[in-house]
Design a protein around this ligand. Structure first.
Ligand SMILES: [Zn+2]
Length: 88
């Protein structure tokens, strides 16, 4: 709602408008829960790919753990390896 935020949104960057602290660090997460699909889904693209760190805004440590968690979730079929694209 501030004018500053508006300016960011009107620019090219659509992800993580501000460089912010890693969300997992803020929550003091030690282990990323691979069973928490709702949370993991925020870190994969609509095609099921893991988002790069510049989009997720995570620190190296948590990005790494997130990647492992997503891979585990995929293995037990909680997340797709590749999401189906409609209209293909
Ligand atoms: Zn972190």
């Amino acid at each position: 709602m501030s004018s500053e935020r508006r300016r960011f949104q009107s620019s090219r960057r659509r992800f993580a408008p501000r460089r912010k602290v890693c969300e997992f660090c803020m929550d003091e997460v030690k282990y990323v829960d691979y069973k928490d699909v709702n949370k993991l889904q925020r870190y994969v693209s609509d095609r099921g790919k893991i988002r790069p760190r510049r989009q997720t805004g995570l620190c190296a440590k948590h990005q790494r753990r997130l990647a492992v968690a997503i891979k585990r979730a995929r293995y037990i079929a909680l997340l797709p390896f590749v999401a189906e694209l409609r209209g293909r």
